[in-house]
Design a protein around this ligand. Structure first.
Ligand code: C5P
Length: 302
């Protein structure tokens, strides 16, 4: 790397499908999920300068200490490369656009981009498969962000299988003022299953079609998230956001990951038209679209 600074713009994800199995002995749940990169990204500037590694972030609620996934990624990579002492010689500026505690993978996307950036800056020459291994130690969905585009993931989410790009769709993200912690969402699912609660809720009296044609020759896919009903029971705002998307012409709408954000899938033109009608003081409403793998890779620098 010859330039002093490099800027990466890791893209957020939505879960088009998220099926969750029972709790495993290690506390995680087996999942089968179809992940999709979207055009909503943080900006991370990595600048070489001598001295200890440092991180600057003005975003409220985002830690700038060693619990930040960007710094944890740096440490994990530094150690895996057998370097001694503390990671050094880089200043990181993190500008958040991806809401936190939303199910959009913001921290994980940043961590994956950090692995790529530090690998280059420190000239470690680790291969992608090594970065993927380190990524899995940082969080279940971090490996996905080293591929991007459309991908299936299994295991606890860390085994990633890239698949064909879907056709371009408009995506509207709504993030309410509350967030949801991932461990809470999984725990609520376990509790609801133990109580025999309904696995899914119908937010528009059953009229919504949860299948969407994404341009695959194999036909439409079912948009379903097993964490949605458990979270929506405890946070009725989830149902309100999904219903609002459907009312404004979404092909379908669902919660992403463990929430609290929901996404509506639209044609690009309809997504744009829906934005002004979805405004509420307690909602952050973002216009986005699906990304191809190439587009996602360009942002993460893979
Ligand atoms: O892997 P990650 O750190 O993102 O997971 C956070 C928490 O979410 C885990 O400690 C676990 O409680 C829950 N989780 C789970 N099953 C998964 C992924 C996450 O139970 N497949």
């Amino acid at each position: 790397m010859t330039t002093r600074s490099v800027v990466l713009r890791p893209a957020a994800k939505i879960n088009l499908t998220l099926r969750v199995g029972p709790r495993r002995a290690d506390g995680y749940h087996d999942v089968r999920t179809l992940l999709q990169s979207i055009a909503l990204g943080d900006a991370i500037t990595f600048t070489r300068r001598p001295g200890p590694l440092s991180l600057q972030s003005r975003a409220p609620g985002i830690p700038a200490d060693r619990t930040n996934l960007v710094l944890r990624a740096a440490e994990a990579l530094w150690k895996a490369a057998g370097r001694s002492g503390e990671p050094r010689d880089v200043h990181v500026r993190l500008e958040k656009q991806i809401p936190a505690a939303a199910g959009l993978g913001g921290g994980s996307a940043d961590a994956a981009a950090a692995l790529v950036a530090f690998n280059g800056i420190w000239d470690l020459r680790r291969q992608r498969k090594d970065l993927i291994e380190i990524a899995a130690t940082l969080g279940s969905d971090v490996p996905f962000f080293l591929y991007g585009g459309t991908a299936f993931a299994t295991g606890r989410g860390e085994e990633v299988y890239p698949v064909d790009d879907i056709g371009r769709l408009g995506v509207v993200i709504i993030k309410p003022s509350f967030g949801v912690g991932t461990p809470d969402a999984y725990r609520w699912l376990d509790e609801d299953r133990a109580d025999g609660a309904e696995p899914s809720l119908k937010f528009d009296h059953g009229r919504a079609n949860r299948s969407v044609d994404v341009g695959w020759a194999t036909g439409p896919i079912e948009i379903v998230n097993d964490l949605e009903a458990p979270v929506a029971r405890r946070h009725p705002g989830i149902g309100e956001m999904i219903s609002a998307c459907l009312r404004e012409g979404a092909l379908t709408a669902a919660m992403t990951g463990s929430g609290s954000a929901v996404f509506g899938l639209f044609s690009e033109a309809n997504a744009k038209r829906a934005i002004p009608k979805l405004q509420r003081p307690d909602w952050l409403v973002v216009l986005s679209r699906t990304l191809t793998r190439k587009e996602a890779e360009r942002r993460t620098g893979v």
